[in-house]
Structure formats: C-alpha cells, structure tokens
Write a protein that binds this ligand. Structure first.
Ligand SMILES: Nc1ncnc2c1ncn2[C@@H]1O[C@H](COP(=O)(O)OP(=O)(O)OP(=O)(O)O)[C@@H](O)[C@H]1O
Length: 267
C-alpha cells in the first residue's frame, strides 16, 4: 500500500547551523507535544529550521503558506464533486492531524481569524479537530504537531494573533545570527568564499541599522545568499548586491544611496 506520507517526508538533512539551544528546545516541545510558534523577520531561517527538525525527528512535514483569502475549509477540507458523486477531501491540517505529520502554518497571521480559530481545539489538551461538515470528531495522531510562524514586525492592531491563539504555543524568537555564523551560512548556501560572505554580512548589518530610519526591514540572510549566488555565478559583486539587496528592499532614492554606499565600502 502506498505510504500516504511519502511525499511529505524530508529524506535528506536540510542544512541547519545551530545558533543557540533551538534544537534542544524544539525537541523538548515535540516530546511534550507543545505547539510551537517561530517568531522572527522574513528570511531569517524559520522555514529551514522546521524542515531540519522534521528531518531530525523523522516526521513528515506538511507546509501551508497562509494568506488572507484562506478559509477554514482550505485548512480543514471539503466535499468535492466527481464522477462517482461527492467525496470528502482532507485539507492539509486534517491530513497532518490524521496521519501524524508536523503541520507548519507559515505566516499564520495572514489568515482570517475564523481560520486561525480552527486550530484551537488541536492546540490544547483536547487535540481534536471537529470536521463539522463531515460529522466527524478527529482525534489527532500522537505524532501530530502544529508549528506556526509569525513576524512580529508586521503586526498591527488590526492584524495580530488573538491572545487565545498566542497562549496555546511555546514561542521561539529567531533573529539574525552573529556575523561569523551568518557568514558561515551565506558561504555554505551560496558557495562563495569566506571573505566574500563576510563582506556581504557586513552590508547586511549596515542595512539592519537603517530599519525604522527609512527601511521597514533590514536585508535578510536569504537576500545575502541571493547576492552570494549571483557573485558565484560570475556577476560583479556591486551589480549582484544592487540586484539582490538594494533594488529589492527599497524604492526610496535616499535609502538606495545609503545602501549603495555600504556596498561600495565592502566591494
Ligand atoms: N541557522 C541557519 N542555518 C542554515 N541556514 C540558515 C540559517 N539561518 C538562515 N538560513 C538560510 O536563510 C534562508 C532563508 O530562510 P527561510 O526561508 O527559512 O526564512 P523564513 O524565516 O522562513 O522566511 P519567511 O518568513 O519569509 O518564510 C534559508 O534558505 C537558509 O539558507
């Protein structure tokens, strides 16, 4: 019989450079089946970390990119009409709860609140999911765990998680790693030498100082890796930084000048 989880297994170890006690903490949360909230800016490694932990714990991973159009049915499931009549199709959350996967809801705050509330019964000691349309009360598999990601920087009063949602999770703060570690990550992921990686990281650090002074967010590790990959591909460092860092992060001419100056300092 086909393993229904086959497509969701993480077969090769996703590279993860440990930066603190995040692996120990996540493992303890997993052992206690405490849902986990990963907090941090875009591109700082939250998704990669979940992939790594799913691999390490030998659990399949079901990832859902949340958005404002997402309804509870998109997560839970719905009846579909086909040639044989109607047939129930589990949504990704139900699928993960039924079969025992880690369900990663990326940017959960983007989803409408009625959608977010759907995870409540799964994230307290009931560990159940009512499938009202189907008339089923699904008891979550012992190996099921919900992980959500959340970027506190983007939240407003209008768009934030309810306390009743937040308080169901253990939270882990993700931030930019120290410069040496970040350079190690950039060198590994982009395939550039240590010196180039270090320079890119310095530019990243400068940009992060501009956060709140014209930039909404500093350059992420992901962007530094993109710049590194362009350099690795033969693009001159300044042009690579211009494309991967400066032009993508801002349209403001003054901010672009400030970032270009940082690039010129290092390349
Ligand atoms: N500690 C780390 N070890 C290994 N790779 C890392 C680490 N931190 C960041 N990265 C790298 O940063 C890249 C971006 O991270 P990732 O896609 O996980 O970000 P994210 O925080 O999930 O962003 P978003 O919120 O936009 O989904 C990854 O592809 C990975 O290469």
């Amino acid at each position: 019989m086909k393993d229904v989880l086959e497509d969701f297994r993480v077969s090769e170890a996703p590279y993860w450079r440990e930066t603190g006690d995040e692996i120990t903490l996540f493992t303890a949360a997993w052992d206690a089946r405490i849902p986990v909230m990963l907090k941090g800016p875009t591109g700082c490694g939250k998704t990669r970390f979940v992939e790594h932990m799913a691999w390490k714990l030998g659990r399949p991973l079901v990832t859902v990119a949340c958005n404002e159009d997402m309804t509870a049915s998109d997560l839970i499931g719905r009846y579909l009409l086909d040639v044989d009549g109607t047939r129930w199709q589990d949504g990704p959350l139900t699928f993960a709860a039924r079969h025992g996967a880690i369900c990663y809801l990326d940017e959960v705050v983007e989803a409408r609140q009625d959608t977010t509330v759907a995870i409540h019964p799964l994230t307290d000691d009931r560990r159940v999911l009512p499938l009202e349309k189907k008339g089923e009360l699904l008891k979550a598999h012992d190996d099921f765990l919900i992980v959500i990601s959340y970027n506190p920087g983007y939240q407003s009063l209008m768009k934030d998680l309810k306390q009743s949602t937040k308080q169901r999770f253990g939270a882990m703060d993700f931030t930019w790693p120290g410069p040496d570690v970040e350079a190690e990550i950039v060198a590994h992921e982009a395939g550039v030498d240590a010196d180039t990686a270090q320079r890119l990281v310095e530019i990243g650090a400068r940009s992060r100082n501009l956060k709140g002074h014209g930039l909404d967010e500093g350059v992420s590790t992901r962007m530094l890796i993109h710049a590194g990959r362009l350099i690795k591909g033969g693009i001159a460092p300044k042009a690579a930084c211009s494309m991967a860092l400066v032009h993508s992060i801002t349209d403001d001419p003054d901010m672009r000048d400030a970032l270009d100056a940082a690039v010129s300092t290092w390349f």
